[in-house]
Every structure is written in C-alpha cells, then in structure tokens.
Design a protein around this ligand. Structure first.
Ligand code: TYM
Length: 334
C-alpha cells in the first residue's frame, strides 16, 4: 500500500522569529509545500505552557502567520491555522496523555532546560507539552515533520506514542510513525554570544540572535559584535571543533550563500574573522531584511491574516474530525 505523504509542523507564537527558526524550519516549510501536502500550525496552546500576556499573544499569533507568508508559504497551497481553533488537538492530547508514559516524559531534556532548577514550580502543561505535540502530528496522521535538531527528542517521543497506540489498540499502521526532516548542514543555529547554546527567542540579550524583523543596521551591529575567534580562519573544519562561535558563523555563511563549508574555508583561510563578518552581514541583510519588511507590511492588515487563519482552520478541522472519529472508535469512546 502506498501511504500518502503529509507534512505537519508547528511554530510557537512567542514573538520575534529569528534566524534559527528561519534556517532550521521555515525555509524547509516553503520548499516542502512544492512537493507535498503541508499543514503549518501556529501552536498557541504550546505557547501558554509558560505565561503569555494575552494582548501580546494575540499579536504574536498574527505575526507568526505574517512570518509564514513573508518567507514564502502560500495559504492556497498549505493549510495555515492556529492550534487552539481546532479542538481536536486537545481532545487527542488527552487520549495520548493516557498512552504516553511518565518515564518517557521524564527523559525530555527541553523540559529540564525550560523548568530550570525549580521544577516543582513549572506548569503541568510544560511537562506534558510533548504529548500535545504528538497529538498535533497524529491528529492529521502526518508522515513528515520538518523541525530543527532541538525538536528531535520530541519527535522520537511522538513515534513511541504512535507505536504504543497502534499496539495497545491492536491497529497496526493506524498512526504512521512520523519522520523528522532536519536540515543536514545547519540543524541548530547557535547564539551569537555563546556558540554552545542554541539561538533562541528566550535568551535575554537581543545581540544573541538575528530577528527576522531586524533592520540592516541592527544586523550589521549584531554580526560585528558576535563572538568569533582571535586566530585566523583555518583551512579545514577539524580546526573548528573547539571553536563553536567561529564554526557557527561559518556554517550560517555557508548555508545562506549555498557554498559548501569546504569551499568557504578554501576561499577564506588565512583571513581574519572580520572579513567573514563583513560578508556575512551583507548576505544576511539581503536575505532577511526583505522578509522583515514584508512581515511589517502584512501586519498592517490584520483582518487579512485572520482570514487566512479562518480558512486554514476550516480545512484543518475537516481532516481532524474525520481522523478523530476513527480514533474515538479505536479507543472505545461513544
Ligand atoms: P519553536 O517554536 O521553538 O521553533 C520553531 C521551529 O524552529 C526551530 N528552531 C531552530 N532550528 C535551528 N536552530 C535554532 N536555533 C532553532 N530554534 C528553533 C525548531 O526546531 C522548530 O522546528 N515544539 C515546537 C513547536 C511544535 C511542533 C509541533 C513542531 C508544536 N507542535 C508539531 C513540529 C510538530 C517548538 O517549540 O518550536
């Protein structure tokens, strides 16, 4: 039997998407919509696992939609909607809470990172967050999930949950085991201030990341201030192993310029990192500022963005309801 391929992915509306989201996820979303049916979700219910100001949250949901469109997603090709508007996500999440095991959740490194040292004070939602993520994917029986490397463990859990459901309810192949699609060359864009940490919306210093809405000037300043290395650029990548910041800048350059890292090192070896930084800033200004301008323009017409969500919700609901009917039946719910 040939299984129909279906792509699902989600992005949290927690403000200011950055270069990590762009290279790790959004660019992939756009290229996949050319070959497969795709569903892209603004995961507002995931966002509220840590407190969100309601006014900001509403704005951020629309801004995430604007970012999807500005990077090239086409709402007449891909389904674009927000998670809370399709109630099947929470219904399936509950069912999967009863399939998933506490021991599995206890292994999730993202929970440990986000909850920090005072785990007792983290919300229950943050703890069971990966089960909701599995529900997002399985509700549509998605086969492929484009994400950055930081989501790999959550994807593995989704596969375990799908497998256990299929076993428990004696329905082999009912849920497909979703395949992660992780970019090969740059699966984790690192912070510009500390090359051992991923670039993230939650890091305090704005100098740690390039935001999609940054101006040319901001990009220039951030790249200039980015940590690099006092040695010259080496001629092979083995010498970059102990130099995470230098390695990060070179990887970003290679990814955005579409020139292999080997070739970049061939061309730049022996030069100071300031040389790379000037070229990288120019490249990022060309790539990112048009996206930022488009996001701002799209945000001027909020009703257009709401309309995109409304249409996407209608389409998503049809698939979700059909699948939920079968899921309820498998579980024995009337
Ligand atoms: P979120 O909102 O943190 O990030 C959205 C996407 O961006 C990727 N990403 C990165 N990639 C490379 N380098 C980085 N520094 C970087 N930072 C973020 C993430 O891997 C992600 O692909 N749990 C998810 C959202 C989610 C989801 C889903 C994803 C909810 N349900 C179902 C896929 C399928 C999250 O918090 O992503």
């Amino acid at each position: 039997m040939i299984k129909k391929k279906l792509v699902f992915s989600g992005v949290q509306p927690t403000g200011n998407l950055h270069l990590g989201n762009y290279l790790g996820a959004l660019k992939n979303f756009v290229s996949l919509q050319k070959e497969m049916n795709c569903i892209y979700c603004v995961v507002d219910l995931h966002a509220i696992t840590t407190f969100q100001n309601p006014v900001e949250l509403r704005k951020n949901v629309l801004e995430t939609v604007a970012s999807f469109i500005a990077t090239g997603l086409n709402p007449s090709k891909s389904i674009i909607f927000n998670q809370s508007s399709v109630s099947g996500h929470t219904e399936l999440a509950w069912i999967l809470n009863c399939v998933s095991r506490i021991g599995w959740l206890n292994r999730m490194t993202q929970f440990k990172d986000k909850a920090g040292s005072d785990r007792e004070k983290a919300s229950v939602g943050l703890y069971i967050y990966p089960n909701l993520m599995a529900a997002d994917i399985l509700l549509y029986k998605a086969t492929h999930v484009p994400v950055g490397a930081d989501q790999k463990q959550h994807l593995e859990l989704s596969r375990d949950i799908a497998q256990k459901f299929n076993n428990d309810f004696n329905c082999k192949d009912f849920f497909p085991l979703p395949e992660p699609l992780i970019p090969k060359n740059i699966s984790r864009v690192m912070s510009l201030r500390d090359g051992t940490k991923k670039m993230s919306k939650s890091e305090e210093s704005d100098y740690s990341r390039i935001n999609l809405k940054d101006s040319a000037d901001e990009i220039k300043k951030k790249i200039k201030k980015a940590k690099s290395d006092s040695d010259q650029i080496p001629d092979n990548h083995k010498e970059l192993v102990q130099k995470p910041e230098a390695s990060n800048l070179l990887n970003i350059y290679s990814e955005v310029s579409k020139i292999s890292l080997e070739k970049v090192l061939n061309e730049m070896c022996g030069k100071e990192y300031s040389f790379l930084k000037t070229k990288l800033a120019e490249l990022l200004i060309d790539e990112i500022t048009p996206v930022g301008k488009e996001i701002k323009k799209l945000m001027e017409d909020k009703s257009h963005l709401e309309q995109i969500l409304k249409k996407g919700t209608e389409k998503a609901n049809i698939i979700a309801e059909e699948n939920l009917k079968n899921i309820r039946e498998k579980v024995g719910l009337i």
